[in-house]
Design a protein around this ligand. Structure first.
Ligand code: E4P
Length: 224
Protein backbone atom coordinates (compact mmCIF):
# COMPACT_ATOMS: atom_id res chain seq x y z
CA UNK A 1 0.00 0.00 0.00
CA UNK A 2 1.32 3.42 -0.93
CA UNK A 3 1.57 6.10 1.76
CA UNK A 4 0.65 9.69 0.98
CA UNK A 5 1.01 12.62 3.36
CA UNK A 6 -2.28 14.43 3.99
CA UNK A 7 -0.92 17.94 4.51
CA UNK A 8 0.34 21.11 2.87
CA UNK A 9 3.09 21.53 5.50
CA UNK A 10 6.48 21.25 3.78
CA UNK A 11 8.34 20.13 6.93
CA UNK A 12 5.99 17.17 7.43
CA UNK A 13 6.41 16.13 3.80
CA UNK A 14 10.20 16.41 4.07
CA UNK A 15 10.12 14.23 7.20
CA UNK A 16 8.23 11.45 5.40
CA UNK A 17 10.61 11.78 2.41
CA UNK A 18 13.66 11.46 4.72
CA UNK A 19 12.13 8.34 6.30
CA UNK A 20 11.85 6.84 2.82
CA UNK A 21 8.08 6.28 3.04
CA UNK A 22 6.66 9.12 0.94
CA UNK A 23 4.74 8.04 -2.18
CA UNK A 24 2.55 11.12 -2.71
CA UNK A 25 0.69 14.02 -1.09
CA UNK A 26 -2.93 15.12 -0.78
CA UNK A 27 -3.88 18.71 0.02
CA UNK A 28 -7.25 20.38 0.40
CA UNK A 29 -8.39 23.97 1.05
CA UNK A 30 -8.52 23.38 4.83
CA UNK A 31 -4.99 21.96 4.94
CA UNK A 32 -3.71 24.77 2.72
CA UNK A 33 -5.38 27.40 4.95
CA UNK A 34 -3.22 26.12 7.85
CA UNK A 35 0.02 27.00 6.03
CA UNK A 36 -1.12 30.09 4.05
CA UNK A 37 0.87 31.91 1.36
CA UNK A 38 0.35 31.25 -2.32
CA UNK A 39 -1.28 27.91 -3.11
CA UNK A 40 0.64 27.77 -6.40
CA UNK A 41 4.01 28.29 -4.69
CA UNK A 42 3.22 25.74 -1.98
CA UNK A 43 2.13 23.20 -4.61
CA UNK A 44 5.29 23.74 -6.71
CA UNK A 45 7.46 23.17 -3.62
CA UNK A 46 5.52 20.05 -2.60
CA UNK A 47 5.71 18.66 -6.15
CA UNK A 48 9.47 19.15 -6.24
CA UNK A 49 10.07 17.01 -3.13
CA UNK A 50 7.39 14.37 -3.75
CA UNK A 51 8.19 11.36 -5.94
CA UNK A 52 4.53 10.65 -6.82
CA UNK A 53 1.16 12.36 -7.29
CA UNK A 54 0.28 15.60 -5.47
CA UNK A 55 -3.45 16.38 -5.24
CA UNK A 56 -4.53 20.03 -5.60
CA UNK A 57 -8.20 20.67 -4.89
CA UNK A 58 -10.51 22.96 -6.83
CA UNK A 59 -12.93 25.21 -4.95
CA UNK A 60 -15.29 26.10 -7.81
CA UNK A 61 -18.69 24.39 -7.74
CA UNK A 62 -19.46 24.80 -11.48
CA UNK A 63 -17.94 22.77 -14.31
CA UNK A 64 -16.25 25.71 -16.06
CA UNK A 65 -14.69 26.89 -12.81
CA UNK A 66 -13.45 23.39 -11.96
CA UNK A 67 -11.94 23.06 -15.43
CA UNK A 68 -10.27 26.47 -15.23
CA UNK A 69 -8.72 25.73 -11.81
CA UNK A 70 -7.82 22.16 -12.75
CA UNK A 71 -6.12 23.12 -16.02
CA UNK A 72 -4.18 25.81 -14.17
CA UNK A 73 -3.01 23.36 -11.46
CA UNK A 74 -1.88 20.96 -14.18
CA UNK A 75 0.55 23.59 -15.51
CA UNK A 76 2.36 23.82 -12.15
CA UNK A 77 4.15 20.43 -12.21
CA UNK A 78 3.94 17.09 -14.02
CA UNK A 79 2.92 15.21 -10.86
CA UNK A 80 -0.16 17.33 -10.09
CA UNK A 81 -3.46 15.44 -9.80
CA UNK A 82 -6.56 17.64 -9.75
CA UNK A 83 -8.84 16.93 -6.80
CA UNK A 84 -12.52 17.30 -7.65
CA UNK A 85 -15.39 16.84 -5.19
CA UNK A 86 -18.03 14.21 -5.91
CA UNK A 87 -21.04 15.93 -7.49
CA UNK A 88 -22.88 16.03 -10.82
CA UNK A 89 -20.63 18.92 -11.90
CA UNK A 90 -17.60 17.12 -10.49
CA UNK A 91 -18.24 14.02 -12.61
CA UNK A 92 -18.50 16.16 -15.74
CA UNK A 93 -15.27 17.99 -14.90
CA UNK A 94 -13.50 14.66 -14.23
CA UNK A 95 -14.59 13.35 -17.65
CA UNK A 96 -13.46 16.54 -19.42
CA UNK A 97 -10.10 16.68 -17.63
CA UNK A 98 -9.57 12.99 -18.50
CA UNK A 99 -10.15 13.90 -22.17
CA UNK A 100 -7.45 16.58 -21.75
CA UNK A 101 -5.06 13.95 -20.33
CA UNK A 102 -5.20 15.48 -16.82
CA UNK A 103 -5.39 13.05 -13.89
CA UNK A 104 -8.02 13.55 -11.19
CA UNK A 105 -8.69 12.47 -7.61
CA UNK A 106 -12.41 12.34 -6.79
CA UNK A 107 -12.79 13.48 -3.20
CA UNK A 108 -15.56 13.48 -0.59
CA UNK A 109 -16.64 9.94 -1.47
CA UNK A 110 -18.91 8.41 1.17
CA UNK A 111 -20.39 5.42 -0.68
CA UNK A 112 -19.12 2.71 -3.02
CA UNK A 113 -21.63 3.88 -5.66
CA UNK A 114 -20.10 7.35 -5.69
CA UNK A 115 -16.67 5.76 -6.12
CA UNK A 116 -17.92 3.55 -8.98
CA UNK A 117 -19.29 6.60 -10.82
CA UNK A 118 -16.06 8.55 -10.29
CA UNK A 119 -14.02 5.66 -11.70
CA UNK A 120 -16.31 5.38 -14.73
CA UNK A 121 -16.05 9.15 -15.35
CA UNK A 122 -12.27 8.72 -15.46
CA UNK A 123 -10.86 9.59 -12.01
CA UNK A 124 -7.56 7.82 -11.39
CA UNK A 125 -7.83 8.20 -7.59
CA UNK A 126 -10.99 7.56 -5.54
CA UNK A 127 -10.99 9.05 -2.03
CA UNK A 128 -13.46 7.53 0.45
CA UNK A 129 -13.42 9.47 3.75
CA UNK A 130 -13.15 6.90 6.53
CA UNK A 131 -12.92 9.10 9.64
CA UNK A 132 -15.82 11.37 8.74
CA UNK A 133 -18.09 8.32 8.32
CA UNK A 134 -16.90 6.90 11.65
CA UNK A 135 -17.70 10.32 13.17
CA UNK A 136 -21.39 9.87 12.29
CA UNK A 137 -21.55 6.36 13.73
CA UNK A 138 -21.02 4.52 10.43
CA UNK A 139 -18.17 2.16 9.50
CA UNK A 140 -16.06 4.09 7.00
CA UNK A 141 -13.85 1.11 6.23
CA UNK A 142 -16.82 -0.71 4.63
CA UNK A 143 -16.74 1.81 1.76
CA UNK A 144 -13.00 1.20 1.25
CA UNK A 145 -13.53 -2.58 1.21
CA UNK A 146 -16.50 -2.40 -1.19
CA UNK A 147 -14.77 0.00 -3.55
CA UNK A 148 -11.59 -2.10 -3.68
CA UNK A 149 -13.72 -5.16 -4.54
CA UNK A 150 -15.55 -3.26 -7.32
CA UNK A 151 -12.30 -1.87 -8.80
CA UNK A 152 -10.77 -5.38 -8.73
CA UNK A 153 -13.86 -7.17 -10.11
CA UNK A 154 -14.20 -4.88 -13.12
CA UNK A 155 -10.50 -4.14 -13.49
CA UNK A 156 -11.22 -0.40 -13.35
CA UNK A 157 -8.32 1.94 -14.09
CA UNK A 158 -8.44 3.64 -10.68
CA UNK A 159 -6.85 3.34 -7.24
CA UNK A 160 -8.68 3.49 -3.92
CA UNK A 161 -7.15 6.11 -1.65
CA UNK A 162 -8.29 5.76 1.97
CA UNK A 163 -8.68 9.35 3.24
CA UNK A 164 -9.75 10.99 6.49
CA UNK A 165 -7.48 8.61 8.40
CA UNK A 166 -7.51 9.44 12.10
CA UNK A 167 -5.38 6.79 13.86
CA UNK A 168 -2.89 3.97 13.18
CA UNK A 169 -5.56 1.25 13.34
CA UNK A 170 -7.27 2.88 10.34
CA UNK A 171 -4.03 2.40 8.38
CA UNK A 172 -3.81 -1.32 9.18
CA UNK A 173 -7.48 -1.80 8.35
CA UNK A 174 -7.13 0.10 5.06
CA UNK A 175 -4.16 -2.09 4.11
CA UNK A 176 -6.09 -5.27 5.00
CA UNK A 177 -9.08 -4.00 2.99
CA UNK A 178 -6.79 -3.75 -0.05
CA UNK A 179 -6.66 0.05 -0.33
CA UNK A 180 -4.02 0.98 -2.89
CA UNK A 181 -3.12 4.14 -0.96
CA UNK A 182 -3.71 5.66 2.48
CA UNK A 183 -3.18 9.37 3.05
CA UNK A 184 -2.04 10.27 6.55
CA UNK A 185 -1.49 13.29 8.74
CA UNK A 186 2.05 13.44 10.22
CA UNK A 187 0.64 12.58 13.67
CA UNK A 188 -0.60 9.18 12.47
CA UNK A 189 2.61 8.49 10.52
CA UNK A 190 4.66 9.19 13.66
CA UNK A 191 2.34 7.05 15.82
CA UNK A 192 2.93 4.17 13.39
CA UNK A 193 6.70 4.30 13.99
CA UNK A 194 6.50 3.92 17.74
CA UNK A 195 5.62 1.11 20.12
CA UNK A 196 6.26 1.33 23.87
CA UNK A 197 8.13 -2.02 23.82
CA UNK A 198 10.33 -0.82 20.93
CA UNK A 199 11.17 2.42 22.74
CA UNK A 200 11.88 0.70 26.08
CA UNK A 201 13.82 -2.08 24.28
CA UNK A 202 16.13 0.48 22.65
CA UNK A 203 16.67 2.13 26.04
CA UNK A 204 17.46 -1.23 27.75
CA UNK A 205 19.95 -2.28 25.04
CA UNK A 206 21.74 1.07 25.32
CA UNK A 207 21.81 0.90 29.13
CA UNK A 208 23.15 -2.68 29.15
CA UNK A 209 25.80 -1.87 26.55
CA UNK A 210 27.03 1.16 28.49
CA UNK A 211 27.12 -0.84 31.74
CA UNK A 212 29.19 -3.59 30.05
CA UNK A 213 31.60 -1.00 28.62
CA UNK A 214 32.02 0.63 32.03
CA UNK A 215 32.61 -2.81 33.65
CA UNK A 216 35.25 -3.75 31.07
CA UNK A 217 37.00 -0.39 31.55
CA UNK A 218 37.04 -0.82 35.33
CA UNK A 219 38.46 -4.36 34.99
CA UNK A 220 41.22 -3.19 32.63
CA UNK A 221 42.10 -0.33 35.00
CA UNK A 222 42.28 -2.73 38.03
CA UNK A 223 44.61 -5.07 36.10
CA UNK A 224 46.93 -2.58 35.01
C1 E4P B 1 -7.66 13.89 1.82
O1 E4P B 1 -7.63 13.81 0.63
C2 E4P B 1 -8.79 14.49 2.58
O2 E4P B 1 -8.99 15.81 2.19
C3 E4P B 1 -8.51 14.38 4.06
O3 E4P B 1 -8.02 13.10 4.34
C4 E4P B 1 -9.72 14.72 4.93
O4 E4P B 1 -9.43 14.40 6.26
P1 E4P B 1 -10.31 14.93 7.48
O5 E4P B 1 -11.63 14.26 7.45
O6 E4P B 1 -9.51 14.56 8.70
O7 E4P B 1 -10.43 16.43 7.31
Amino acid sequence: MKIFMDTAAIDDIRTAARWGVLDGVTTNPTLFAKVGGSYDDVLREICAITPGPVSAEVVAADVDGMLREGRHFATLAPNIVVKIPMSEEGLEAIAKLKADGIKTNCTLIFSANQGLLAAKAGASLLSPFVGRLDDINEDGMIVVRELVAIVDTYDLDAEVLAASIRHPRHVTEAALAGAHIATLPIKVLTQMVHHPLTDSGIETFRHDWEAAQAGAKAKAKAKG
